[in-house]
Ligand binder design. Structure first.
Ligand code: PMP
Length: 362
């Protein structure tokens, strides 16, 4: 039993900023003098449409989304995008290239195979996805309808440290676990997608940012609900959107602005990650799983090399109020997910506990 909030290192759904939760709580029963909860509002109501427009404008402002691109507020998680992307985009040439740098990019690639000619442009499976391919390692086809990659590999704790160069082939990127963690040049991407449940909002909302010129070429079998053009035309409201999560995303975006926007967010995220990686590099017990050049600042994976010790570590940390540190079964060991909302004090507490654990288990 904990009477205070604890440090939750969950990979997702994960922590939200405390001021956001406080504001949501304060407005839960009566939003802005409307006498109702946001949860109870019609998505077509004036009050909700004002929330929707504000969230959309904030997302455009915070991410710097150009006029060529449209943010969409969808459902079905990143997994639905694994199918929606090929259904909508592969039709132009029937071909698409995928980089496989972890579990989710592999699953995205397999799902896309149902809809066209899919080529693996690079894979890091040979070293259990501990690294990221170099630009020169990408075997790209000039007639691919798009190139898909996952910018931050949640399970393996790796991240691309560059935006791939693909010539005229549109870039499609899964940013589920690092969207809003750093500034990005949206204009370089044909499509960006992310499930909300890490840096944006509770699960149930999926954000897609699409270059509008790519929409409208969907395969004839594409379900109406899975057409980007439908959702662009209907401003994400072909059916009832995930209203409460859109409201929470608006609060999160205001909080990000209060932290100095994405420049401020990235600075904090780098500082937090450095504390943990610096310790991992000097520790005789713990070792970072990812190679230095590919290290994620969102999900830090590490091992002791002894499964019993790994299990004991996660268990003892949980008892001290640092939960969800057990690594994914495909990597083993530990994983500390430290999204935007994780305070630096959480990393300091984790490293202090790791030092104490190491001293006891020499
Ligand atoms: N891509 C990445 C990078 C993820 O981390 C996840 C989930 N953690 C997914 C895709 C799948 O997301 P969802 O559960 O929203 O379908």
């Amino acid at each position: 039993m904990f009477t205070e909030r604890i440090y939750n290192f969950s990979a997702g759904p994960s922590i939200l900023p405390v001021p956001v939760l406080e504001q949501a709580a304060a407005e839960l029963l009566n939003f802005g003098g409307t006498g109702t909860s946001v949860m109870e509002m019609s998505h077509r109501s004036k009050d909700f449409l004002a929330i929707f427009e504000e969230t959309k404008a904030l997302l455009k402002e915070v991410l710097g989304i150009p006029e060529t691109h449209e943010p969409l507020f969808l459902q079905g998680g990143a997994w639905t995008q694994f199918a929606m992307i090929p259904l909508n985009l592969i039709g132009t040439t029937g071909k698409a290239d995928y980089a496989v740098t972890g579990s989710f990019s592999n699953l995205a690639m397999k799902e896309a195979k149902k809809y066209g000619d899919i080529h693996v442009a690079a894979t890091t499976a040979d070293k259990n996805h501990t690294y990221i391919p170099k630009q020169s390692d990408l075997d790209l086809r000039p007639d691919a309808a798009y190139f898909h990659y996952c910018d931050n590999n949640t399970i393996f704790g790796t991240a691309w440290d560059y935006i791939p160069e693909t010539g005229n082939v549109p870039l499609v990127c899964d940013m589920s676990s690092n969207i809003l963690s750093k500034p990005i040049d949206v204009s370089k991407f044909g499509l960006i997608y992310a499930g909300a449940q890490k840096n944006m909002a509770p699960s149930g909302l999926t954000v897609v940012i699409i270059d509008k010129s790519l929409a409208g070429n969907e395969l004839p079998i594409t379900p109406t609900m899975l057409s980007y053009q439908t959702m662009i035309d209907k401003d994400s409201m072909h059916n009832t959107p995930s209203t409460y999560n859109i409201y929470i995303l608006g609060l999160v975006l205001k909080w990000i602005k209060s932290q100095g926007g994405l420049v401020g967010m990235e600075k904090q995220n780098i500082e937090k990650a450095k504390v943990l990686y610096d310790y991992l590099d000097e520790s005789a017990l713990f070792k970072a799983a990812a190679v230095p050049a590919a290290r994620s600042i969102m999900n830090v994976t590490f091992v002791t090399g002894n499964e019993d010790l790994d299990a004991a570590f996660a268990k003892e940390a949980a008892a001290k109020g640092m939960i969800n540190l057990k690594g994914h079964r495909s990597v083993g060991g530990m994983r500390a997910s430290m999204y935007n909302a994780m305070p630096k004090a959480g990393i300091d507490a984790l490293v202090a506990f790791m030092k104490e654990f190491e001293a006891r288990n020499k």
